[in-house]
Design a protein around this ligand. Structure first.
Ligand code: DI6
Ligand code: FE
Length: 400
């Protein structure tokens, strides 16, 4: 069915900039954009369905390219403890932190995990998110990682949002492998990844490269396994210290390296050469009250594509609004609103290996877009959350 959407302006985000079309028209055919341009140039033809967007600004559907939205339990009690002066390390030593989320996630049923994650995704979707990546990584054994990944697949099947699933088995050391990190990595490479990939549950493989998680050598073994399984890789790198995980990621043509506060200029050069996207996570930066900023000048100088994501997780970024993250990316990390919007559209699509089909308003791409009743595109990173009036179209069909 051919549909015309008009009486709008478009920030198409083609080439990673606003690429504004004033008084635009969009023609969708089924799930795809068939034509977009100035209304004055609209091809003459028969448009059986016409939508008046009443002067709205149309952007690509937002893409949250880094979340841990599936988890059991809740860590707001730890948040209170931390504010009373108990350190993250003390909480972890007392069995809290990631370990407590792992216990709660292992104990939860698939239905329970689905129900709680669906609520979180619906919150993101109220912000115009039409594509979201979700990671495993709170199961840390084969049955529990499988359970998380199955929930992630089910979210994509049952909610009107496109979901990419990333296996983050190398997130933390499970208690049964205490002091045996290399053995756990071996288990991931020999058993977990091959089984989960064979079950079709994995779109990409991620790891946490950090002194309190896994070393670059251990991460490289996971990457080699992913390569053998023909799966793209991503990496949590340079969040708390500089181990040059982002350069390692670049050597493996990673889709993205994420966090990056402690990366160096050489890391940025390597990422630019491999086309690895820099995913910035201002929610974690804010929630942990970090002070080390990612090297924005080096990223820009070398032309690294920059994305912005929520990192939605119970420990370091309980973020339920991607637009709030855009504001924080501008306020805390010094992005421009244009860079921030590119970070939640076309560059986020690239961080998921979806840039051929998603992330910008161009003929031939999937018709995922949002018509916002705002004055200017910068409003999307200006307001601190809230519920902006809008219409959301996914795969050419309006959703509520
Ligand atoms: N980096 C983080 O900040 C989180 N995971 C990661 O790889 C921490 C997740 C948690 O505390 O639950
Ligand atoms: Fe993360």
């Amino acid at each position: 069915m051919k549909t015309l959407w008009q009486n709008c302006h478009a920030a198409t985000m083609a080439q990673g900039v606003y690429s504004i079309i004033e008084d635009a028209a969009i023609v969708t055919q089924g799930e795809h954009i068939q034509w977009i341009g100035p209304r004055a140039e609209l091809p003459v033809g028969d448009y059986p369905a016409v939508n008046d967007l009443k002067g709205a600004w149309v952007t690509p559907g937002l893409i949250d390219c880094h979340t841990h939205a599936v988890f059991g339990g809740n860590r707001s009690g730890e948040f209170e403890q931390r504010l009373q002066g108990v350190s993250y390390a003390d909480i972890a030593a007392a069995g809290g932190g990631i370990a407590s989320t792992v216990r709660a996630t292992r104990a939860a049923s698939e239905d329970e995990l689905f129900a709680s994650a669906a609520k979180r995704l619906k919150s993101l979707m109220r912000d115009g998110v039409t594509t979201v990546e979700v990671k495993s990584g709170y199961g840390l054994d084969l049955p529990s990682e499988r359970k998380m990944l199955r929930v992630i697949r089910r979210l994509g099947a049952e909610l009107p949002v496109s979901v990419r699933s990333t296996c983050l088995a190398a997130h933390a050391l499970p208690p049964e492998y205490k002091d045996r990190a290399d053995d756990y990595i071996e288990h991931i490479c020999a058993e977990m990844l091959p089984a989960l990939a064979a079950e079709g549950l994995v779109d990409a493989v991620d790891a946490f490269c950090e002194y309190l998680a896994f070393s670059p050598e251990q991460v490289e073994r996971v990457f080699l396994t992913a390569q053998r399984l023909d799966l793209p890789v991503k990496l949590h790198a340079e969040q708390l210290s500089s181990l040059h995980g982002s350069s390692l990621a670049a050597r493996y043509q990673a889709l993205s390296a994420d966090h990056l506060e402690f990366m160096t200029e050489d890391d940025a050069k390597a990422m630019a050469e491999s086309g690895t996207v820099a995913v910035l996570l201002p929610g974690a930066f804010y929630f942990l009250r970090e002070t080390q900023l990612p090297p924005m000048d080096a990223l820009r100088k070398h032309g690294v594509k920059i994305a912005v994501a929520s990192d939605l997780n119970p420990g370091t970024s309980p973020a339920l609004s991607l637009r709030l993250m855009l504001n924080m990316a501008c306020t805390c990390l010094r992005l421009t609103p244009e860079e921030a919007l590119a970070g939640a559209t076309i560059h986020a699509a690239q961080a998921l290996g979806m840039a051929q089909t998603h992330g910008s308003l161009e003929a031939g791409k999937v018709a995922d877009f949002v018509a916002w009743h705002i004055d200017r595109p910068a409003d999307l990173s200006y307001w601190l959350g809230g519920d902006l009036e809008k219409r959301v179209v996914r795969h050419g069909v309006e959703i509520d």
